[in-house]
Design a protein around this ligand. Structure first.
Ligand code: NAD
Length: 280
């Protein structure tokens, strides 16, 4: 039995077959989940074309995460498609061109605000829009280790380590720092409804969003040298697997967490200078 058997999931952010969300949707289906995707406006036909590559048919619901009408209609649209909801992936980020690529000091406030709204505030917006479907009855209490555990549902977002400043990432980096904080506040406020909130902090991977960041290649080039496990910008599977784990019952009890799936890069201060041989 797959780890997501019987789970109904909303996966946002599928655009191309390179999208991290596409790999999550594909892995989730393989693990037994029923999936609905979201897209919006002119992106929709691209999402639908990508969706056709999935093993099982999926519907695509409308969600521009900055559009109040879309947010208000989201829970009903998902319910019509899946009959209910057990988890959702937020794989949404955007920063205008003048807020990225070394333009930190000159970026206009509107561009910084749009990056924040689309990439960080939107995680809260998605969560509250889905709350009627995700909330679970906790009246039976925490359980005693023998009776079935109290029900939980889950939301997951995608992060890029925001504890430090990076070259070129600029207001997207500030938005990811906000996302990390939003994740903690959502864990606080959604826990009583039985909803976990966690982030996966991914190493660089080649996607449309990544292409839109001038200098991404230089940033990505640092990874293989510093990540103790090594890192391939072509392999999104470790990230997809971890997202699916966090959406599954195996992650019961985990909330407000950020799991780094980056080959270990975040734990290391500088690239390895010498190869260390174990003592014999
Ligand atoms: N690719 C990487 O190196 C990397 C690393 C760490 C984290 N991430 C994060 O992963 C997530 C997914 O990005 P990706 O790399 O798969 O790229 P992607 O371009 O495939 O996905 C980005 C998605 O955001 C959606 N989006 C943008 N504005 C939106 C809006 N207003 N409403 C709804 N959706 C909107 C796009 O339609 C697209 O589907 C992002 O949060 C990104 O920051 C990516």
């Amino acid at each position: 039995m797959g780890m997501l058997e019987g789970k109904r999931l909303l996966i946002t952010g599928v655009l191309t077959p390179a999208s991290l969300a596409y790999h999550v949707a594909s892995t989730a289906q393989a693990e037994g989940a029923e999936v609905v995707l979201s897209s919006f406006g002119r992106m929709r036909s691209l999402t639908e074309r990508t969706a056709n590559r999935l093993e099982k048919n999926v519907e695509v619901v409308e969600l521009d995460v900055n559009d109040e009408d879309n947010l208000a209609a989201l829970a009903d649209a998902v319910k019509n498609s899946l009959g209910g909801l057990d988890g959702a992936l937020h794989a949404i980020a955007f920063a205008p061109e003048d807020a990225l690529g070394g333009k930190f000091l000159s970026a206009p406030r509107e561009s910084a605000e749009l990056a924040f709204r689309t990439s960080a505030y939107s995680y809260k917006a998605m969560a509250t829009a889905l709350l009627p479907l995700l909330e679970r009855d906790r009246s039976a209490g925490p359980g005693d280790g023998e009776s079935p555990p109290p029900p939980e549902s889950a939301i997951v977002g995608l992060d890029f380590d925001a504890t430090v400043a990076w070259p070129i990432y600029d207001w997207m980096g500030v938005s990811k720092a906000a996302l990390e904080s939003v994740n903690r506040y959502l864990a606080r406020d959604l826990g009583p409804y039985g909803i976990r909130s966690n982030l996966v902090s991914a190493g660089p991977l080649r996607t449309m969003a990544a292409k839109g960041i001038p200098g991404f290649k230089e940033l990505a080039a640092m990874w293989p040298a510093q990540a103790p496990l090594g890192w391939s910008i072509e392999d999104p599977r470790p990230v997809a697997n971890t997202v699916c784990f966090l959406l599954s019952d195996l992650a019961r009890g985990i909330s407000g967490e950020i799991i780094h799936v980056d080959g270990g890069f975040h734990a290391i201060g500088a690239p390895a200078a010498v190869q260390v041989e174990p003592e014999s």
